[in-house]
Write a protein that binds this ligand. Structure first.
Ligand SMILES: Nc1ncnc2c1ncn2[C@@H]1O[C@H](COP(=O)(O)OP(=O)(O)OP(=O)(O)O)[C@@H](O)[C@H]1O
Length: 322
């Protein structure tokens, strides 16, 4: 179990993280999300042991003492994949992956490198020098290198940021099933909601130096405590209740995703279309509702100026304003 107790950190005077506490079970996949600069990378660096905290970090019974106590920063059973992936550029992809593997059993080493290159779909480029690989290919090699010695804990900082959309989904499926199979505990700092929604067992939202929300991705998505959390998963509306409910007054608002608002004739809530964006499977309609901007998912394109009627399920509104 990985346990953090009162982990705080400041680069200067202003704390980046304040009293972070959590425990993770072996083999759990956790995503950390939050706006740029909220401290995601800092938290990974503290766990790995690159930065010192007065708080406590344990892996099972062992306390991780950090850089003030370890001559070489980091822990041997943890792998940390930073945003700059730090490859040996004159070496080949395969040599980089095998860099920290023992030469004592060369056949075993070769097989391990081959398996890892398959996990990141880089088998074809095994003998290509790292300096000749694209940013996304280098990132995949760095990922394979981080897995090479089968760490107990894997810390990934935006691990798919350079990888194209098509390959990213495939790679994510392969990587996370590999981590589950090997029971590797993984913490992934990400901006990408798919990492948080589809592959994490649990998600932490960081804001104002603290864990602002903590839950299963499904629960955080379906019942976002506020607009900040919902907006980390994609477009979101924050609509004045009085604009969608007859008897409401005041300035109370409700969080609604664009797909939760329907365009129908059976409603008195009127809005005017301002813009329409093609999204592939549907259109994102931007409309004006009593002076407020509203985003709606819709199957058809709508012209600017079209008057539309909006419907939102009462039970959903009641759920969100609880
Ligand atoms: N070496 C440093 N020296 C001083 N301040 C730093 C240093 N590294 C990060 N910071 C500051 O600490 C805060 C948290 O940075 P961090 O990199 O942890 O955020 P992040 O959530 O990972 O951001 P991003 O999503 O953009 O990668 C930011 O305000 C950043 O400017």
């Amino acid at each position: 179990m990985l346990k953090l107790q009162n982990v705080s950190f400041a680069y200067d005077k202003e704390p980046v993280l304040k009293n972070i506490n959590f425990s993770l079970e072996k083999g759990q996949n956790i995503s950390i999300i939050g706006q740029s600069g909220c401290g995601k990378s800092t938290l990974l660096k503290l766990i790995y042991g690159l930065l010192h905290t007065d708080g406590k970090i344990f892996w099972n019974e062992k306390e991780l003492l950090g850089p003030n106590f370890n001559l070489v920063p980091g822990e041997p059973f943890i792998k940390y994949l930073a945003q700059d992936f730090d490859l040996m550029l004159p070496l080949t992809a395969a040599e980089n992956v095998g860099k920290h593997l023992s030469n004592f059993y060369p056949i075993k080493k070769k097989r391990r490198i081959k398996d890892l290159l398959e996990v990141v779909e880089m088998g074809d480029l095994a003998n290509k020098k790292a300096k000749l690989l694209s940013g996304g290919q280098q990132q995949r090699i760095a990922l394979a290198r981080a897995l090479a010695k089968e760490p107990e804990i894997l810390l990934l900082d935006e691990p798919f940021s350079h990888i194209d959309h098509f390959r990213k989904n495939n790679l994510r499926r392969r990587l996370f099933s590999y981590l589950k199979e090997k029971e590797i505990t993984c913490i992934i700092a990400t901006h990408d909601s798919t990492d948080a929604l589809s592959f994490a067992d649990r998600t932490f939202v960081l804001k104002n130096a603290r864990i602002y929300a903590d839950g299963s991705p499904e629960d955080l998505y379906r019942n976002p405590p506020n607009k900040y959390v919902a907006s980390l998963f994609g477009d979101v509306n924050h609509i004045m209740l009085k604009n969608i409910l007859q008897n409401e007054k005041g300035r109370k608002r409700v969080v609604l995703y664009p797909h939760e608002i329907q365009i129908t004739e059976n409603s008195k809530i009127q809005a005017i279309v301002k813009k329409s964006y093609f999204k592939g499977e549907s259109f994102l309609i931007e409309a004006e509702l009593n002076g407020e901007k509203v985003l709606i998912d819709h199957q058809e394109d709508l012209k600017k100026g079209t008057v539309i009627n909006l419907k939102i399920s009462d039970s959903l509104i009641n759920e969100r304003i609880k």
